[in-house]
Write a protein that binds this ligand. Structure first.
Ligand code: SF4
Length: 445
């Protein structure tokens, strides 16, 4: 929470020496509170005041990194309860659970599958972000952890409640900065010592939020700076309630013991339930979810939820307004236009690719609005389309003068034909998924 000018003033030397460039300490404090000056511009701050100010000005939720510096997964430092208030900053990461019940061979196959669980959606790459290795129950837990780490570049989570196992695995993989998952009320002292000794992040778990806060303080007092709160309620609703209360306590009350990012291990008996429950916690408010199934139909709904929740609601998702060549179009290829809303563009692009007919797509700048919204909001007109086609020099690319327009804008047809060189305007489908059949029907290769 931001400090007031008076709170900052109380920590200043109050000598009015002017070395900061301001006539008084109070004037300087007001500038710092208004974020116009850094507190470090006062050269006479005591170490004690510096420590207090850094604690007080720390973000309400800590940023935690898992993995080595050049390849770390970052979570935390969220600032709002609701996306529309600003935006959510660090997308929830999916961790693939590598069960202790798997043979070494199957475990490594699953790691490989997690590595390759990469998808493209509306111009973004979606992927599994972490490998969560269960150690308790493995015949050689440290060897299992090392083999999984060697097989993947993804950051590692070490799952065990056994102090000896965690100590050896953490020591062996400390350069990879794995997350220790997880300390509880019984082993907190030992686990905190291991995390501190190896400079590793530590997940903590307790049945109640009060105990969680106590554990967090204990870990912090033992020198653990990177803490992740692990949640697992009696039911989905109970877990969701705890996640919400913890986030509110951190962001609204600056309650430091709960001012950390979160992790939820999904424990459902079917992949279908895993998808639903994973999506729920990814939306609210898990920083990491650990799941078992890596089927694309399990991963994609969760990834899509994450992608949607973590886009900035105040910035339209756009693609550059220019002429795109899909496949290797030539002078006989079809020409069409669409808007620069990325979901619209990528839907059209994917369907044109699926048609196997190379084509030109002219993208009109509609300030990130889809076809109908752009039309309703006066962001697209026949005149603007003609102007865009001219600017993109589309006519020079093809011999014909046929233009396919979105089926939702049939009213543009007459005006484009009357006012431009595009004398044969063809009304395309209303829905992008109909493009392949439409193109194959009307366009002779
Ligand atoms: Fe006050 Fe520090 Fe500025 Fe001197 S330099 S006037 S002590 S704030």
């Amino acid at each position: 929470m931001a400090l007031t000018g008076m709170q900052i003033y109380k920590l200043l030397p109050k000598t009015n020496c002017k070395d900061c460039g301001f006539p008084t300490c109070m004037a300087f404090a007001m500038q710092v509170a208004a974020k116009q000056k850094a507190i470090t511009d006062c050269p006479h701050l005591s170490e004690e005041a510096k420590a207090q100010l850094s604690e007080a000005s720390a973000p309400p939720m800590k940023l935690v990194k898992i993995g080595p510096e050049n390849n770390a997964f970052e979570i935390g430092q969220e600032t709002v309860m609701f996306r529309h208030e600003e935006k959510f900053h660090r997308p929830c990461g999916i961790a693939a659970r590598i069960g202790a019940d798997l043979s070494d061979e199957d475990a490594l196959k699953k790691v490989e599958r997690a590595n390759n669980s990469v998808f493209e959606r509306v111009g973004e790459t979606l992927s599994v972000k972490l490998i969560a290795v269960e150690l308790d129950g493995c015949s050689n837990p440290v060897d299992r952890a090392k083999k999984c780490a060697e097989k993947s570049k993804l950051p590692i989570i070490l799952i065990s409640e056994d102090e000896k196992v965690i100590s050896e695995a953490a020591n062996s993989l400390k350069d990879l900065k794995p997350l220790i998952y997880r300390a509880n009320t019984k082993n907190i002292d030992a686990f905190a010592d291991i995390a501190t000794k190896n400079s590793l992040p530590l997940a903590i778990f307790a049945d109640s939020l009060e105990e969680m806060a106590d554990l967090s303080d204990k870990a912090k007092n033992k020198g653990v700076s990177d803490i992740i709160l692990s949640f697992e309620g009696k039911s989905i609703g109970d877990t969701l309630r705890k996640l919400t209360i913890a986030r509110r306590a951190a962001l609204k009350k600056t309650f430091r013991p709960l001012g950390f990012p979160t992790i939820v291990k999904i424990d459902e008996d079917t992949p279908e339930k895993e998808t639903v429950v994973g999506s729920i916690f990814a939306a609210k408010y898990a920083g990491i979810i650990i799941i078992d199934s890596l089927e694309p139909w399990v991963l994609l709904p969760i990834m899509t939820t994450i992608q949607n929740v973590y886009t900035d609601p105040q910035v339209p998702n756009t693609v550059e307004a220019k002429l795109y060549e899909i496949g290797n179009p030539d002078e006989n290829s079809p020409v069409m236009f669409t808007t620069n809303f990325s979901l619209t563009y990528f839907s059209v692009e994917a369907e044109v690719e699926r048609s196997k007919i190379p084509a030109y797509i002219s993208v009109v700048d509609t300030e990130g609005l889809g076809v109908l919204n752009a039309y309703a909001g006066d962001k697209i007109s026949a005149e603007k389309v003609v102007k865009t086609l001219k600017e993109q020099k589309v006519a020079g690319k093809v011999k014909h003068r046929k233009l396919i327009i979105p089926g939702l804008l049939p009213v543009f047809r007459a005006e484009i034909e009357d006012t431009s060189e595009w004398k044969e305007v063809i009304i395309g489908p209303e829905n992008a998924r109909e493009i392949p059949a439409f193109l194959n029907k009307i366009w002779k290769k």
